[in-house]
Design a protein around this ligand. Structure first.
Ligand SMILES: C[S@@+](CC[C@H](N)C(=O)[O-])C[C@H]1O[C@@H](n2cnc3c(N)ncnc32)[C@H](O)[C@@H]1O
Length: 360
């Protein structure tokens, strides 16, 4: 079957690596933030349960070239939906549209919905019901230029919403970006790890979960309502999985005592053994194997950025580390001293352009 996965735009390479590692599939970028790959039913369960850089796994049921709303209706109407949805189940259609079209994403969702109802009625004689707030099945459509993709969501609430994120803070980082940074740092068990400006602890917690292979627990998945999938494999997956013993020492520092306290609480809920300390990243020696840091951008926090960046990079460059992964807003690159980075990722975090700089 054709599967697709959504991820952070600009970090597709890391998401592709994770898919390869977890299910052995070669995913390709369909466009920014959307990957496609040929897979099997088991991949859906494994990726939803374990993946940490993906947001959503989708079963693609139609791929077409379209010009008009009529083309979309015709592409949808020819699908036999009785193999995907039961008469008593409700559905919703959600659409993302990119490019210039004489119709809106609401128009697209509405013709798809009509196509689904008409097709289902033709094959079964029954009329399906739409439920936009709590549907049993969610169809996801994407129209980009003349390309149309229709799929069934298997995830439900996006995977980036981690159960342990009890305390957030104005600057806290999206978990899937934090996890991607840990992957970029190439952290291995037994190595030391530090986030010297850890806020509420997303990066060190994700580092611990990366090593311990913590699954996405305490949540439901949309695939549980897809009657045509054999979920017994998922039950086996849950009972047979054993978390790994973490031998690394993982640290999180921050100069703000209040966020350090929130980090301690988050890591307790997350079952992640992280050592948090109040410390100044411009002063305390950064002699750790792997360092990942999400620098202040000054967008939400008023900080003397020039002084902070100078002090932090001076301290970093005199420290002994194997790899450092530094996230900042693109607009703050002017504060980063000139140096040869091994790699620079250009990504998006909501509407903020970000850079992830790799040193080592
Ligand atoms: C962008 S936030 C990090 C957010 C974090 N990744 C999270 O998920 O919560 C930057 C953090 O740097 C901290 N900070 C600012 N100056 C610092 C310094 N000199 N030493 C250590 N931490 C500092 C701030 O208190 C803030 O929590």
């Amino acid at each position: 079957m054709l599967l697709s996965a959504t991820c952070n735009p600009g970090l597709e390479e890391i998401a592709i690596q994770e898919i390869k590692e977890r299910v052995g599939r070669e995913a390709e970028m369909f466009h920014r933030g959307l990957l496609v790959f040929k897979g099997k039913e088991k991949d859906i369960f494994k990726l939803n349960y374990f993946s940490k850089t993906l947001h959503r796994i989708i079963i693609v049921i139609e791929k077409a070239r379209i010009k008009t709303l009529n083309d979309i209706y015709s592409a949808v109407k020819k699908i036999d939906f009785s193999s995907f949805i039961k008469p008593e189940q409700t559905f919703a259609v959600r659409t993302k549209r990119h490019g210039t079209h004489p119709f809106t994403s609401i128009d697209i969702s509405s013709v798809i919905g009509q196509g689904i109802i008409d097709s289902f009625q033709e094959t079964t004689g029954k009329k399906l019901k739409v439920n936009l707030s709590e549907p049993d099945i969610t169809f996801l459509s994407e129209v980009r230029g003349d390309s149309f993709l229709l799929g069934i969501d298997t995830t439900g609430e996006s995977l980036h919403k981690r159960w342990y994120r009890k305390h957030t803070y104005i600057t806290s980082l999206r978990s899937t970006i934090a996890n991607s940074m840990v992957r970029i740092s190439r952290l291995r068990n037994k190595e030391t790890f530090l986030d010297p400006m850890c806020g509420v602890g997303m990066i060190p917690i994700e580092a611990y979960h990366f090593l311990s292979e913590k699954p996405n627990k305490f949540r439901n998945f949309a695939f549980e309502k897809l009657f045509w999938l054999n979920t017994s494999f998922f039950e086996k997956l849950k009972t047979s999985h054993r978390e790994k013993h973490v031998e690394s020492r993982i640290y999180g520092f921050d100069s703000n005592r209040k966020v350090v306290e929130l980090s301690v609480e988050n890591s307790r809920v997350a079952e992640a053994k992280v050592n948090f300390f109040v410390s100044d990243a411009t002063v305390y020696p950064l002699d750790f194997d792997r360092i990942c840091v999400d620098m202040p951008y000054g967008i939400r926090m008023k900080t003397h950025l020039r002084k902070l960046y100078d002090g932090f990079f001076r301290n970093l460059l005199r420290s002994d580390f194997k790899k450092a992964v530094i996230l900042t807003a693109s607009k703050c690159m002017k504060f980063v001293p000139k140096m040869d980075f091994e790699k620079i990722y250009t990504a998006e975090y909501g509407d903020i352009g970000i850079k992830i700089l790799v040193l080592g």
